[in-house]
Design a protein around this ligand. Structure first.
Ligand code: L14
Length: 338
């Protein structure tokens, strides 16, 4: 069997660490792993796959010095903008976790359970969608295929891990200070997240929406391959450490029943229905550490001709970031696409 060289770019960040964990679990057919990071982390030795790996500084020369087949990027949009093309020129396929390339018409935006066929038209870069978009897609795709989708309303409840280690610390340190009756000035968020809820993720745009909301709206249409679907969103940061939850209201083009919806969701790969008894619904604590997307609270919305409400939960660092990207790599290897 052919063996590959895989680079992890941004290997020492929160998603970078998760890449290493997921890759260890998957055991893909790999000859060499190369871990790249900024000068700040270069030279650090990371124990990975039973071997010490020295972190390589991300420079053009160092990229050229290594033969890479697949580069998994999670190093921020600016680094992706600059270095993804460098890897591509050197013969690699880049799977990028930032928002830099997602809406580029020449770049496929892929959730492997939803639109693997889009991998075929890549030009070197494949984009990993936004975390909140990924989990919604796994639940909505089978319903789109069965009923057709007219309109979607997203309201998210997003964990602090999406904002990296600094976001995590704002919640933990903020809570400690709050309990001790002390002031805590958040380092990552604009306002305290401890004992609070912030309807604000990523930057504000001129129309009053946030960029996170815009990402969900645009990425949904691109992945579902239908620009006529109406999508709106409110994205909210909640004081939860890990895993995003979202309320999804969806209006269909053809008649539905609750039984039909449940059966359709049960047939979707990568999706687990938790909707049996009054206390059986998905929670972020339960989703954390898993690659599946969880769906529950499935209710018909009788304010429209045909529609429903769903509660969708997933680990935003695994399925929302690292695992989805590694699954794209795995799919390409298994299907001879690289
Ligand atoms: O677009 O702060 O991939 O939780 C995902 C995490 C944007 C910010 C993206 C967060 C990011 C988001």
């Amino acid at each position: 069997m052919k063996k590959y060289n895989i680079a992890v770019v941004g290997a020492t960040g929160m998603v970078g660490n998760k890449f290493l964990e997921v890759l260890t679990e998957k055991q893909l057919p790999v000859d060499n792993y190369y871990l790249f990071a900024s000068a700040k982390s270069a030279g650090k030795v990371v124990d990975f796959m039973g071997k010490p790996h020295t972190v390589i500084e991300l420079t053009e020369d160092n990229v050229k010095a290594h033969k890479v087949d697949i580069a998994l990027f999670s190093a921020g949009g600016g680094t992706s903008a600059k270095f993804a093309p460098v890897f591509v020129r050197n013969g690699a396929v880049v799977i990028d976790n930032s928002s830099q390339w997602r809406m580029d018409p020449s770049v496929p935006l892929v959730v492997p359970e939803v639109n693997p066929q889009d991998i075929d038209w890549h030009n070197g870069i494949i984009a990993n969608p936004n975390c909140s978009t990924i989990q919604a897609m796994v639940a909505l795709r089978p319903l789109q295929l069965k009923y057709g989708i007219k309109r979607i309303v997203y309201s998210t409840y997003q964990a602090v891990s999406g904002a990296g280690v600094a976001g995590y610390n704002d919640l933990l340190d903020g809570l400690k200070a709050f309990v001790a009756g002390q002031e805590y000035a958040p380092k990552k968020f604009p306002l305290p997240i401890a004992n609070n809820v912030l309807p604000h993720i990523d930057v504000f745009l001129d129309n009053g929406y946030t960029k996170e909301e815009e990402k969900m709206i645009k990425e949904t249409k691109k992945i579902l391959g239908d620009s006529s679907i109406k999508v709106t969103a409110t994205t909210v940061r909640v004081p939860v450490l890990n895993s995003h939850s979202e309320s999804v209201n969806v209006e269909f083009l053809s008649p539905c029943t609750r039984e039909g919806i449940v059966e359709t969701l049960r047939g979707q790969k990568g999706l687990v229905v938790v909707d049996d008894a009054s206390n059986a619904y998905p929670t972020p604590m339960q989703a954390t550490g898993h690659d599946e997307v969880y769906v529950g609270r499935i209710r018909i919305d009788d304010t429209v001709d045909s529609g429903c409400n769903l509660w969708v939960v997933a680990d935003n660092i695994r399925k929302g970031a690292a695992s989805n990207a590694v699954q794209i790599a795995e799919y390409m290897i298994e299907h001879g696409k690289i």
